[in-house]
Each structure stands twice: as structure tokens, then as C-alpha cells.
Design a protein around this ligand. Structure first.
Ligand SMILES: Nc1ncnc2c1ncn2[C@@H]1O[C@H](COP(=O)(O)OP(=O)(O)O)[C@@H](O)[C@H]1O
Ligand SMILES: [Mg+2]
Length: 223
């Protein structure tokens, strides 16, 4: 269970304060597929980076299971980021000089998984997201956008995270490929019992998730 309580993030620029996330509270159960929609600048990316502990809130609480991650110190935070969270970004963020398989193995290396197991699990995950053998040996530059995003999803799953955070994961894909990527995320939420929180512009996709949150000027306006 993910529980967000009275979360706030203020950015100071000069003498003005931007309330990017303004007193947001909501919760998502394990295995739920949730979407966040809202106009550009409404605070979606800021909210995701707080949940992923990539940035610290000004105030409020983020409970992941029974842990408040806003209270974790540096080492525990690094562990949380690496082992409990999987990230998927609009721009895939794969390492260009590593093969698809090596990209998926990388988070497991940080988690000190033995090499043989890393290779095995990475291969399995890539099979699961539909990337065939020969393509697993290719570098990202020789894969299509949709294929690269499949690799990024497999990488996000590598350490069996409790939570996957996806920021506009289909933003660079055509609508048909985008729909396939969303269906894949949906299936994974169910089969792996992983909570998935995704930001999207695509209302037809958001309508298919278990729950949709709408942000406007940093505030949650509907849930
Ligand atoms: N690092 C930052 N410094 C100052 N202002 C920021 C920063 N990041 C985001 N903002 C501001 O916070 C608001 C929300 O931004 P963002 O979370 O990126 O929105 P969205 O992802 O919904 O487009 C915007 O007004 C944006 O300009
Ligand atoms: Mg954004």
C-alpha cells in the first residue's frame, strides 16, 4: 500500500514560491494500476520524483508499506530507490553502449545479485516483455522506440520492486505502440502484484486504469 499524506513541494525561484505539489493526499493499494493526469506544469513529474525519492518534499508523508520514506537517510534512500522502485521515463534512459540484456542486468548488479542469476532473470524479463533472443543482444540504438521502452520496463522490474513509477511512458510512441506498452504495464501490475503509478496525457489510456487522479496547479482535484 502506498499512502501519500498532505504532501507539499515548494520551489523557490527568486522571491516567488511555486507550489508544485500542494497538499496532496491519496493512496493506492498493492497491485493497483493508477494513472495521474493533468495539464503541463500541474505538478505530475514533481509528484513522481517525490514518490521515487529523487527529490525531498517540503512537508508531508509518503508511506510505502509501513515505512515513511520522507524520514529515510541517505544510505537507506539509495537502497529504497534501487530495490523498491522501478522507474520508466518518456525518453527510456537506457545506457547506449550496453546491450538490452546488459541494461536489464545493471540494477541487479547494484543489488549484488550473482552474475549467473542476473543473466537468467534479465533474459526471462525480456522474454516476458516480448523482446526476442536476437534483439536482447542489440544495443538500444538498433531497437525501435517501442522496443526500447520494453527494455526499460524489464529493467524497472529487475529487482522485483514494490512500486513502478512511469512518467509519460508512451509520450514518444505512436498511439498503437503506446497502447501495447500500457497493456503490458497493466498485465505486469496483475501478475507481479506490483503497484504502478503512471503519468499520462492520453485520456483513452487513463480511462482504462484501476484509478485516475487529476492534478491541477499542484492540487488533487479528483480521485
Ligand atoms: N526544479 C524546479 N525548480 C523550480 N520550479 C520547478 C522545478 N521543477 C518544476 N518546477 C515548477 O513546478 C511546477 C510543476 O512542474 P512539473 O512537476 O514538471 O509539472 P508537469 O510534470 O505536470 O508538467 C511548474 O510550475 C514548474 O515550472
Ligand atoms: Mg512532467
Amino acid at each position: 500500500m502506498l499512502q501519500i499524506k498532505e504532501l507539499k513541494k515548494v520551489f523557490k525561484s527568486g522571491d516567488t514560491n511555486v507550489l508544485a505539489v500542494d497538499d496532496v493526499s491519496f493512496s493506492v493499494s498493492d497491485g493497483q494500476f493508477a494513472s495521474i493526469i493533468g495539464k503541463s506544469g500541474s505538478g505530475k513529474s514533481t509528484l513522481l520524483s517525490l514518490l521515487g525519492a529523487l527529490d525531498k518534499p517540503t512537508s508531508g508523508h509518503i508511506m510505502v508499506g509501513d515505512k515513511d520514506i520522507t524520514k529515510l537517510h541517505d544510505r537507506a534512500l539509495i537502497k529504497y530507490r534501487g530495490r523498491k522502485i522501478g522507474y520508466v521515463f518518456q525518453s527510456y534512459n537506457l545506457v547506449p553502449n550496453l546491450t538490452a540484456l546488459e541494461n536489464v542486468m545493471l540494477p541487479m548488479e547494484f543489488a549484488k545479485v550473482p552474475k549467473k542469476q542476473r543473466i537468467e532473470r534479465a533474459g526471462k524479463l525480456l522474454d516476458q516483455v516480448g523482446l526476442k533472443d536476437d534483439k536482447q543482444k542489440r544495443k538500444p540504438g538498433r531497437l525501435s522506440g517501442g522496443e526500447q521502452q520494453r527494455v526499460a520496463i524489464a529493467r524497472a522490474l529487475a529487482n522485483k520492486p514494490q512500486l513502478i513509477l512511469a512518467d509519460e511512458p508512451t509520450g514518444n510512441l505512436d498511439s498503437q505502440t503506446g497502447k501495447m506498452i500500457f497493456d503490458l504495464l497493466h498485465d505486469l501490475a496483475k501478475t507481479e502484484n506490483t503497484t504502478i503509478l503512471t503519468v499520462t496525457h492520453d485520456l483513452s489510456i487513463a480511462g482504462k486504469t484501476d484509478v485516475t487522479f487529476i492534478l491541477s496547479d499542484g492540487k488533487l482535484v479528483k480521485r
